[in-house]
Design a protein around this ligand. Structure first.
Ligand code: C5P
Length: 297
């Protein structure tokens, strides 16, 4: 049979999960000369997340589906496309294709939805192009896409430092967690700006993160290491006071805190059943909020 008559074999569709990132603590240590803030943050990843697929091909495109699709514009600004372009700049001839994003996480919510999607795109492109997971160009494309993308590329609990580029693996105990977003988008840059730090400002050094011997010691340590972005975010989005009160009113809530630059808040529980019970309570009282019981660690 002449080659032109052979049936065209399509590459199989590849799938990656894009788990939500939760900052269990987030200390701002200062502001660098380049304007970024120097951080130290204990980061965990949730069972909940978006889902991204790639049909490998020659042309880079993105389809959107899921509850968050309408809010996201499928334009050039989407972090999936941006990450693919950043990798293409570093790998001439990179095979891309048709991405499809099932958008389940709220947008501009402090749980790294866009960053997780970008990281999932890089993992898919690595698979489609036979790149090892540790390829430096993946990491460089991740950091060029956004400060949270390297941690999301790793997607396992870690201590994140610098502006997000210095990652140290950290074993965390498993928690049930409830994520709650009042559906008020908060821009990361606005929250950092509201801190009012001048470039070059230095606030202090990071507390060393110990090896946690279980949920109790982890909660004890985390109680003393807050999220420094929570106060400015609460000034920008006062509804966070209500979210905080709703989470604190749930039985067995061990730690109640905001993630990233907000406005998603979370509470930690001993197990998933307690988190699911708390989810019913909060969703019943606040039907307009996004309420997601999940697992962390
Ligand atoms: O890196 P990314 O584009 O996600 O950051 C969005 C904005 O958040 C930055 O432009 C900057 O204003 C602020 N930011 C910061 N310090 C960080 C991370 C983000 O000031 N470590």
């Amino acid at each position: 049979m002449p080659e032109s008559r052979l049936p065209r074999l399509e590459s199989p569709v590849l799938t990656e999960r894009a788990p939500a990132k939760v900052n269990l603590s987030l200390r701002v240590l200062g502001r660098r000369a380049d304007g970024y803030h120097e951080l130290s943050s204990v980061v965990a990843f949730a069972g909940a997340g978006d889902r991204l697929t790639l049909q490998p091909g020659e042309t880079l495109t993105l389809d959107l589906a899921g509850p968050g699709a309408a809010i996201l514009a499928a334009g050039g600004d989407n972090l999936v496309l941006r990450a693919a372009r950043e990798l293409g700049l570093r790998i001439p001839g990179l095979r891309t294709g048709r991405f499809s994003l099932d958008k389940r996480l709220p947008v501009a919510a402090g749980i790294g939805g866009g960053s997780a999607d970008a990281a999932a795109a890089l993992r898919l492109l690595a698979r489609a192009n036979g790149l090892p997971r540790g390829d430096d160009r993946l990491f460089a494309a991740a950091l060029a896409t956004g400060s949270d993308v390297p941690a999301c590329l790793y997607s396992r609990s870690c201590v994140m430092a610098g502006r997000g580029e210095a990652l140290t693996p950290l074993a965390l105990p498993r928690f049930g967690a409830l994520l709650v977003n009042p559906r008020v988008p908060v821009a990361t840059a606005d929250v950092f700006r509201a801190l009012g730090l001048a470039p070059g400002a230095q606030l202090g050094a990071a507390a060393p993160v110990p090896a946690f011997a279980g949920r109790g010691p982890a909660l004890f340590w985390l109680a003393g290491e807050p999220n420094d972005l929570e106060a400015p975010a609460r000034r920008l989005a006062p509804v966070l006071d209500e979210v905080d009160a709703a989470l604190r009113a749930t039985p067995d809530a061990g730690l109640v805190r905001m993630s990233g630059s907000g406005a998603t808040m979370f509470a930690l529980y001993p197990d998933c059943r307690a988190a699911a019970r708390a989810g019913k309570q909060v969703a019943g009282a606040h039907p307009a909020w996004w309420v997601k019981p999940t697992v962390l660690g």
